[in-house]
Design a protein around this ligand. Structure first.
Ligand code: NAP
Ligand code: COA
Length: 272
């Protein structure tokens, strides 16, 4: 039997979809003729992304600026998307914040900021979207990170938040499965030309280590992550839910603790 991936006119929402990996996901669905909505804090980035989605082939593209930490603003934004596009076939939640900092050296508010964006933001998106999800049939994808399972120095805030994201993924797979909603986490490895890499692995030397450390011996591309999102949202993955899926060139097999140690050593050296 021939398998076709058909996303024409499917309603795809990408929260945090205005740059980097998440924008790559939005543009990939747009290239398949989907109706795509994106959100992030910056109206300029939203407008720029909407223009690029239309150029990429989206049958419709809209966007709205909101901060995922504000549950009321998230609910209003997702209600607007539903009014404009109808029930959601695919929901991607990927807004995130990151900076390297040792727990002893960061303020409680710094830790809270990342937990509020990554974990509470994901919760806000899940809860506000629930009435609008196509039942049965919706595919939800939460964008997670290796720090969620691999303790990494200077990444305590991100690790705590992303571990929570993965557990929400598993719990909602149980709670929403009977309604025909599938939900999975996708864990990118080291992805080229992204804000995350710029913040954590900016130097040429550190990039070379990241490549060497990755079994497939290259950085990932945004399309590598987007292609997994296409697959997970297709009938090919119709019996897959509650999974945390690495798109990392095999990094998972080695763990990323060496990488975390290098970050920790760098910050400690800066103090002396
Ligand atoms: P990025 O370009 O900074 O993307 C983050 C997106 O989230 C942007 O669209 C940003 O737009 C939005 N955002 C941030 N804070 C927000 C808030 N409070 N409310 C609403 N939107 C918000 O970063 P990236 O490196 O591509 O990372 C994308 C995702 O992949 C993240 O979930 C990250 O944890 C994960 N990841 C990345 C890598 C990597 O190699 N880069 C590796 C593992 C996991 P605004 O600034 O306009 O709000
Ligand atoms: N080290 C230690 N603490 C830091 C920090 C750093 N590099 N950067 C920010 N903080 C602290 C701030 O000092 C503040 O704490 P305080 O109130 O005790 O001073 C707290 O974090 C919040 O910072 P603020 O700049 O007010 O938050 P914001 O809401 O404007 O921005 C961030 C949130 C900090 C996560 C910001 O980096 C961001 O918007 N990131 C989005 C993009 C991104 O991180 N992409 C990569 C995804 S992998």
């Amino acid at each position: 039997m021939a398998v076709t991936l058909d996303f024409q006119d499917k309603v795809v929402i990408v929260v945090g979809g205005t740059s980097g990996i998440n924008r790559g996901i939005a543009e990939t669905f747009a290239g398949q003729g989907a109706c795509v909505a994106v959100a992030s804090r910056s109206q300029d980035k939203v407008d720029d992304t909407v223009a690029s989605l239309l150029k990429a082939g989206a049958s419709k593209a809209i966007g709205q600026a909101f901060d995922v930490r504000d549950s009321e603003a998230v609910a209003a934004g997702l209600t607007f998307f539903h009014e404009q596009l109808g029930d959601f076939d695919i929901l991607v939640s990927g807004a995130a914040g990151n900076f390297p900092a040792l727990v002893a050296d960061m303020s409680v508010n710094a830790f809270r900021a990342v937990v509020e964006i990554d974990l509470m933001g994901t919760l806000h998106v899940m809860k506000a979207s629930y009435p609008f999800l196509k039942k049965p049939g919706c595919s939800i994808i939460n964008i997670s990170a290796p720090q969620g399972y691999q303790p990494s120095e200077a990444q305590g805030h991100v690790g705590a938040a992303k571990a929570g994201v993965d557990q929400i993924t598993r719990v909602l797979a149980l709670e929403w499965g009977k309604e025909g909603i599938r939900i999975n986490s996708v864990v990118p490895g080291f992805i080229a030309d992204t804000e995350g890499m710029k913040r954590l692995s900016a130097s040429e030397e550190s990039l070379a280590v990241s490549i060497d450390y990755t079994p497939l011996n290259r950085l990932g591309e945004k399309t590598d992550v987007a292609n997994m999102c296409l697959m997970l949202s297709s009938e090919l993955a119709g019996f897959v839910t509650g999974q945390v899926i690495e798109v990392d060139g095999g990094l998972y097999l080695r763990g990323s603790s060496l990488f975390g140690k290098a970050l920790g050593d760098m910050l400690r050296a800066q103090k002396t």
